[in-house]
Design a protein around this ligand. Structure first.
Ligand code: UTP
Length: 289
């Protein structure tokens, strides 16, 4: 059988400057999408895509994330005692979600550097990387769409989404050839091109599947923009040595690391909830905009 993906890495050591002051003492990955922290939303996506082993790369203030996935003895005991069985099960299930370990990125030297901290965890296996602040609302989980492509082509895969107009300049953009509907062989990639220079309308978003040779490429990557080790630069080095694929994801992506993107994601998710949707819809309709 083709090799599949069982391991996933969640870089969560960024400074989250776009979301200050909320991120002063708490990682942005703990911001809740309605009532679920972003990191849990993305770990659930990974588990639904076949992942059973998770590594979270933390920075300062890692305790909130660790505590969230740990058993909360006192809370569980109290909920049980008060007969709140459903809440007890909800809380308990979070600590059973996957095998989770943690490692620390001592300095925020960029996403490439954060991913490099997963070298021992990955060993000789391919692995996924998910950025929890990129929320993808999709019928088939975003990572699952990528795993399907990995299993077929046995090569690294990046997630992309179509971005119309000038907004493309905020992303890494691929130059690629479509090999089947929504699957592309990547020829090159450019970080934040001017609209006129963008090689396509396909923007790279925060989901990747890498093979272990990414670590050698990161070692060879010199610090780029902002003195950080950029993962796009490492991927460009890797492109010289091996085929690399991109998937155009089916679904809606929200940048929940950005205040407006976070608000939109919150409203979209709340509107879909049975317990909140109709109340929120009534409220939104009542607004005099
Ligand atoms: P972002 O580009 O969103 O950066 O990182 P950031 O620092 O978290 O946020 P802003 O832009 O200052 O508001 C993308 C992902 O990479 C992780 C972040 O935690 C986020 O999940 N990251 C980034 C690291 O783990 N380490 C780094 O050194 C940089």
């Amino acid at each position: 059988m083709a090799q599949t993906i069982r391991k996933a890495v969640f870089p969560a050591a960024g400074l989250g400057t776009r979301f200050l002051p909320a991120t002063k003492a708490s990682p942005k990955e703990m911001l809740p999408l309605v009532d679920k922290p972003l990191i849990q939303v993305s770990v659930e996506e990974a588990v639904a895509s076949g992942i059973d082993s998770v590594l979270i790369i933390t920075g300062r203030d890692k305790s909130a994330i660790e505590n969230h996935f740990d058993i909360s003895f006192e809370l569980e005991h109290l909920l049980k005692e008060k007969g709140k069985t459903e809440l007890f099960e909800l809380v308990r299930s979070i600590s059973d979600i996957a095998k989770i370990s943690y490692t620390r990125q001592k300095e925020a030297l960029g996403l490439g550097h954060a991913i490099y901290q997963a070298k021992d965890f990955a060993g000789d296996q391919p692995f996924a990387v998910l950025l929890a602040d990129d929320v993808v609302d999709a019928e088939t989980p975003a990572l699952k769409q990528m795993v399907n492509v990995f299993e077929k082509y046995n090569a690294p895969v990046v997630a992309t989404m179509q971005v119309e107009g000038e907004a493309i300049s905020r992303f890494g953009v691929i130059d690629a050839e479509e090999v089947e509907p929504n699957v592309f062989r990547v020829k090159d990639m450019v970080e934040k091109p001017a609209f006129a220079d963008a090689p396509s309308d396909l923007a790279i978003i925060g989901r990747y599947i890498f093979t272990p040779d990414i670590f050698g490429a990161i070692e060879r990557t010199k610090p780029g923009a902002g003195g950080e080790i950029q993962i796009t630069d490492a991927m460009r080095l890797m492109l010289k040595d091996r085929p690399f694929y991109a998937v155009k994801l089916q679904g809606t992506r929200h940048d929940a690391g950005d205040k407006l993107g976070f608000l939109i994601a919150t409203v979209e998710f709340a509107l879909k909830r049975d317990d909140l949707g109709s109340g929120l819809r009534d409220y939104l309709r009542s607004l005099d905009l």
